[in-house]
Design a protein around this ligand. Structure first.
Ligand SMILES: [Zn+2]
Length: 222
């Protein structure tokens, strides 16, 4: 059985979560999203939890060592037959750590999926996003709840996350361009990069990714 050890790359708001849900269904891969993992961590009443909360509230990124630790544990626990990483690695130093950790386990990344979207489109998408405290996500234009400001599923109030506010979004995009884009080049040179146009509708993006990964899996088996 060939492993699909995948990294999902793209700016915040590119639709990585949506595509990950599709891929999880198509290929049965565990979705390891460091954003979700850290949001859970921030609620913990611990030094680490408070530290994560402080960094996230300022629009910054949680430090490498902390993220790596959480992630490698999850791969060991759930990722024997493959995995889908989202939110890690975000920069070269993290990619180094991940490569080493996988190599020690006789494994390697199979492919890197890059979803590309223009900055202006991203700001529009993210600033309109609302979610309840249980994580049900809506968009004021493209996916509004039945009643404004109220979650359809559980009736909880919908709020804009601090890191979806426009000034924080721009900061996140600056960080993405400075730190994550060099990774794109690195994985391209390694022959691992698969590019997808995230300006297209999600279903079209999904079809393209599924087709590419199906082909990759077949090639791995040959
Ligand atoms: Zn809800």
């Amino acid at each position: 059985m060939s492993e699909l050890n995948l990294i999902l790359l793209g700016p915040p708001g590119a639709g990585k979560g949506t595509q990950a849900a599709n891929l999880r269904e198509d290929f049965g891969l565990p979705y390891l999203a460091t954003g979700d993992m850290m949001r859970t961590k921030r609620k913990e009443d611990s030094d680490l939890g408070r530290k994560v909360a402080e960094i996230m509230d300022s629009g910054g990124l949680v430090d490498d060592e902390v993220v790596c630790k959480v992630l490698i544990e999850a791969i060991e626990e759930h990722g024997d037959d493959g995995f889908l990483l989202d939110g890690f690695p975000r920069k070269a130093s993290q990619a180094d750590i991940l490569d080493r950790a996988l190599e020690q386990r006789g494994r390697a990344i199979t492919a890197v999926i890059l979803i590309e979207v223009d900055d202006e489109e991203l700001v529009q998408r993210l600033a309109g996003r609302r979610q309840c405290e249980k994580g049900h996500v809506y968009h004021v234009d493209t996916n509004p709840p039945e009643q404004e400001g109220v979650c359809d599923v559980d009736g909880l109030p919908l709020e804009r996350r601090r890191d979806d506010e426009p000034e924080v979004i721009r900061k996140r995009l600056d960080v993405y361009h400075a730190e994550t884009e060099p990774l794109v080049e690195r994985y391209d040179e390694a022959g691992l990069l698969q590019r997808f146009d995230g300006m297209q509708d999600p279903e079209t993006v999904h079809r393209h990714i599924r087709k590419t990964l199906s082909t990759l899996r077949l090639e791995e088996r040959l």
